[in-house]
Design a protein around this ligand. Sequence first.
Ligand SMILES: C[S@@+](CC[C@H](N)C(=O)[O-])C[C@H]1O[C@@H](n2cnc3c(N)ncnc32)[C@H](O)[C@@H]1O
Length: 262
Amino acid sequence: MKLNKIYNEDCLVTMGKIPDDYIDFVITSPPYDDIRNYNGFQFEFKNIANELFRVLKNGGVIIWVVADSTINGTETGTSFRQALYFKEIGFNLHDTMIYYKNNPMPQTGNRYHQHFEYMFAFSKGTPKTFNPITEPTKYRGLANMKNRGQNGSLNYEKVERTTEKKVGNVFFYSVGGGISTKDKIAYDHPAIFPEKLVADQINTWTNENDLVYDPFMGSGTTAKIAHLLKRKWFGSEISKEYVEIAEARLKEHTKNNLFTEI
Ligand SMILES: C[S@@+](CC[C@H](N)C(=O)[O-])C[C@H]1O[C@@H](n2cnc3c(N)ncnc32)[C@H](O)[C@@H]1O
């Protein structure tokens, strides 16, 4: 396989060339429910999920970002069906996380505004890497701890509190023009990831030099962020038009080290 390359083909064709137990981490947002037809290409979910299981290393993690569309008055449930299929073929459903959009497209009708997508973490065995994102705890440093003595008197003791704690599994991002990315050309693709989302997940589940794969590379967000975070990467994207967008976007960020053999 060649590193730092987006294969302009069906991801099933790319994965057909990848040896077993090869990839450390996958982050992707698949096309779902024909919500956009991405130049008319179809995707074969079950075959793709099976291949992802084969090419992922033990301890590897997939972040699968997906939502449902509403058809004939009901949400399709595609996201749940996909999650259960991943479990059926051997993945652990390690964590059902939420990608919360602070500023979604407003919706009319009798439903609340659609603020989130699922961000499923599937693992092949136990995740081999977990570098949790942390935030400061509310009450930091030394604190007075009260406990009652045997005679009922109150004793005060100084205890050290932890200053940082893991964040929750709902991740909040603002999205849209100039926010998801500063790369104007990326917006020629209709459904891009916020760069921060990709950075947070790559930092959590991988270390430097790990190999990241995105089977639905779109505008190249995963490629750009993996490169900036010093991870190895490659991807697949079936549409030539989107590969050209991604390559133009990446040129500036990857300079001369494209197409390294591994
Ligand atoms: C939701 S978009 C991904 C966007 C990407 N996360 C980004 O930040 O730009 C899904 C992409 O999958 C591509 N696609 C659809 N079927 C495919 C297949 N079988 N193999 C590879 N890519 C495919 C579409 O052309 C589309 O660009």
